[in-house]
Ligand binder design. Structure first.
Ligand code: SAM
Length: 280
């Protein structure tokens, strides 16, 4: 494949502030013959603004497979195509992944451009210091499925990143509070890059009152971030393992030594605890 071979350019677009369009994104959009858009009516003004004259084709949730075939047909004809979504990065809680997959399967060059993404933008301003994060996207809308999903996340040490629509934000914050400890940090990143941008950080338990205090705080687009689960207390974990080993019939000294090796809890304290447990 050469630089001149047709390519599918994956092009992020601004979340709200037009100045976040990168020069490289503009260049790619001006170079291609076609732009595959999540919603052609939403993208047309943006493309006009940046002097893009490519033809548009629709690639949304409901026609993505057919759209992917169209994109591959254009690439097979030797024409380059750009893929955009309404805002942010295609394929991140947005259509686009199937278009990319089909183009790749057909042997075409995929050129990803870095750019706006609400999750990464919110994370960068969150102050959450966990070394790892888990991007979840939208939680299920139905309460039972949402609770189940949150139960599966409750013990993870990763910072958690959710997308949410304004009409569900209060309900979702309530669900987070039911599933996680109230002293975990919640960051509400609202209207990023726009006029009413707000990044508010508070203990999860205080978030419902903060949202209720001003209806404007519930408006706009949201990323919700939650700090990771607190590390298990060494002593608790040591005791849990110690009890398992003693229940399995190991002598006190050996159980204490192994529980220390497994959990890192203090060996002397484990030994003393094991003696007491044995007496009990
Ligand atoms: N592909 C996009 C991206 O790269 O971030 C995400 C698209 S997803 C359909 C839309 C969700 O992204 C919104 O419901 C909201 O959770 C989040 N979002 C988009 N723009 C935002 C903004 N300006 N401020 C906060 N969240 C935003």
């Amino acid at each position: 494949m050469t630089e001149e071979s047709p390519a599918l350019y994956v092009v992020p677009t601004p979340l709200g502030n037009l100045s976040d369009m990168t020069p490289r994104a503009v260049e790619a959009l001006r170079r291609v013959a076609w732009v595959a858009c999540e919603d052609t009516r939403r993208s047309a003004p943006l493309l006009r603004h940046f002097g893009v004259s490519a033809r548009l084709l629709a690639a949304h949730e409901h026609n993505e497979e057919a759209a992917a075939q169209q994109v591959v047909a254009r690439l097979n004809e030797g024409e380059s195509v750009a893929l955009v979504c309404d805002a942010g990065t295609p394929a991140i809680s947005d259509p686009g992944a199937r278009v990319v997959a089909r183009a790749r399967e057909a042997g075409h060059r995929i050129v990803p451009l870095p750019g706006p993404c609400a999750a990464v933008t919110a994370l960068s301003a969150s102050g959450l210091a966990e070394p790892r994060f888990l991007f979840y996207g939208f939680l299920p809308a139905k309460a039972r499925q949402r609770e189940e999903a949150l139960r599966g996340l409750a013990g993870l040490r990763h910072a958690l990143v959710f997308y949410e629509a304004p009409h569900r934000v209060v309900e979702t914050v309530g669900a987070l509070l039911s599933a996680f400890e109230p002293d975990r940090t919640l960051v509400l990143a609202r209207e990023l890059t726009k006029l009413f941008e707000t990044v508010h950080s508070c203990p999860l338990g205080e978030a419902p009152a903060w949202l209720e205090a001003d209806a404007n705080r519930q408006r706009g687009e949201f990323v919700l971030l939650v700090s990771g689960a607190p590390p298990p207390d060494d002593d608790d974990e040591g005791e849990r393992v110690l009890k398992l080993l003693l229940a399995d019939g190991l002598p006190v000294k050996q159980a204490a030594r192994l529980a220390h090796a497994i959990t890192g809890a203090a060996k002397n304290a484990l030994y003393a605890r094991a003696l007491r447990l044995r007496e009990e």
